[in-house]
Ligand binder design. Structure first.
Ligand code: SF4
Length: 66
């Protein structure tokens, strides 16, 4: 099965909606919660979620909040 998303920018290879890499099913994606993801995609999404959590845990000064 193939999928073409209207938000995908073929020139920049990015998602125009989220202004970042296209990872189908990621938070904010039109497919979020609507499709069963492959293991590989789920790992990429988990990586994005971990990076987001780390970024939020770090204050503007770069120090971790406890
Ligand atoms: S992340 Fe989702 S909404 Fe964005 S281009 Fe990829 S499939 Fe489309």
């Amino acid at each position: 099965m193939t999928f073409a998303c209207t938000n995908y920018d073929y020139n920049t290879d990015k998602c125009q909606k989220l202004k970042t890499d296209c990872i189908p099913g990621r938070p904010g994606c039109v497919l979020e919660g609507k499709v069963k993801l492959s293991e590989e995609l789920q790992k990429r999404i988990n990586g994005v979620k971990e990076a987001t959590a780390k970024r939020r845990a770090t204050s503007k000064t770069g120090r971790k909040k406890y």
